[in-house]
Design a protein around this ligand. Structure first.
Ligand code: ZN
Length: 373
């Protein structure tokens, strides 16, 4: 069985191109992980996700623990078999969505008790239970349970929250059962405060993880703050471990974070946008509901290999959304996931040729101003 390793194959400034080797296959980095919330990347088949070249997907512990339940998925052979994704899967800890979706949350030092947003049933999530659920799902990469510090937060509130997350990180480490090719990642917290981010990174390093995530961002702080937190955090993370920026972001966010040394990303933006007629393309963001596309015979993005672009016109995609046909969200989600995969492949290639900044400037220069919604 393959050991979980991360090998850096090229660097350009702070940016890295590498390969994660896992029990379920290799992941070239930098990588964008499509979000497979409830055991599916919404509106896509597993085959269509594979066709975009995505090497790894994300699953959400919160959704899967409520429905159909982690024990049931384990009985059915694990999440890989259940969703027809034999490749690597990273699962989140459930903490973020307990805080954003669940009703009547009650946080204590040991864990969090909450009511399902589906039927009001009461659940308890502790670091140990989160790790157990991710084990039952057979996650390739397991995330520690953390407390998501709200934004904005005072220094004192951010410190208290970060210290709780570090205690939960230690308990998560103790609960995790190491297996060849599987990994456990810690999560740096500390809000926007450089000293707290540094202290959090050092606490995680003392515990020891296979990779390090930067959490608590993409919650309304804005790109300049996100990048400032990365600049304050990255120097405290080990060179030889993968770095994962959770929940980020737009194509422009991804480029800036790769330039700062981030290796892994996930975000609902490309899939959510695909369901609402927003297309991410090499010429910027298009709103396909816009009347200017009604008679446009051109492909959505002439440089894109996806079926929405190679087999259909902008006019057809516009029509599908106006007629509320399900194929509209299906084709546009495929396209957006394809665009994100191609964006990351382009960044990776540019890193190996040590021309990342020039490549990034060229990508950004191609984007036109966005259509009004
Ligand atoms: Zn396309």
């Amino acid at each position: 069985m393959t050991a979980f390793t991360y090998q850096i194959v090229a660097t350009d400034g702070a940016a890295r191109a590498g390969i994660l080797r896992t029990a379920h296959g290799d992941v070239p980095t930098p990588v964008f992980m499509p979000v497979g919330t409830a055991g599916t990347v919404k509106a896509m088949t597993a085959d269509s996700v594979r066709a975009t070249g995505a090497p790894i997907v994300l699953g959400n512990t919160y959704h899967l623990m409520l429905r159909p339940g982690a024990e049931r998925i384990a009985e059915l052979g694990g999440l890989h078999r259940f969703m027809d994704w034999p490749g690597p899967i990273l699962t989140d800890s459930g903490g973020f969505q307990v805080m954003s979706l669940a009703k009547l949350r009650k946080l204590d030092a040991d864990g969090v008790t909450f009511q399902s947003h589906l039927d009001g049933a009461t659940y308890r999530l502790t670091p140990e239970r989160s790790i157990e659920i991710q084990h039952l799902l057979d996650a390739t990469v397991t995330m520690v349970l953390d407390e998501c510090t709200s934004f904005p937060a005072t220094t004192d509130a951010a410190r208290t929250s970060m210290q709780l997350s570090m205690e939960w990180a230690r308990r998560s480490r103790d609960a995790f059962r190491p297996r060849a090719g599987y990994a456990l990642f810690g999560i740096v917290q500390g809000s926007v405060y450089p000293k707290l981010r540094e202290a959090s990174a050092q606490a995680l390093l003392r515990i020891g993880f296979d990779g390090y995530a930067i959490g608590g961002l993409a919650i309304g702080e804005g790109q300049a703050t996100t990048f400032a937190v990365l600049d304050a955090t990255m120097p405290h993370l080990p060179e030889q471990a993968p770095r994962y920026l959770m929940g980020v972001g737009t194509p422009d966010d991804l480029i800036g974070a790769v330039q700062r040394g981030v290796d892994m990303f996930d975000c609902v933006i490309p899939t959510r946008a695909g369901r609402t007629a927003r297309a991410y393309t090499s010429r910027g963001v298009f709103n396909l509901r816009n009347a200017r596309f009604a008679g446009d015979p051109a492909p959505l993005d002439a440089s894109c290999p996806c079926p929405a672009c190679t087999r259909h016109s902008r006019a057809y995609l516009h029509h599908l959304f106006k007629a509320e046909e399900l194929l509209g969200p299906m084709l546009l989600t495929w396209h957006n996931v394809q665009y994100y995969q191609d964006l990351m492949r382009g960044l990776r290639h540019a890193i190996t040729e040590r021309r990342l900044d020039a490549h990034a400037n060229g990508v950004r220069a191609g984007w036109l101003p966005e259509d009004p919604a």
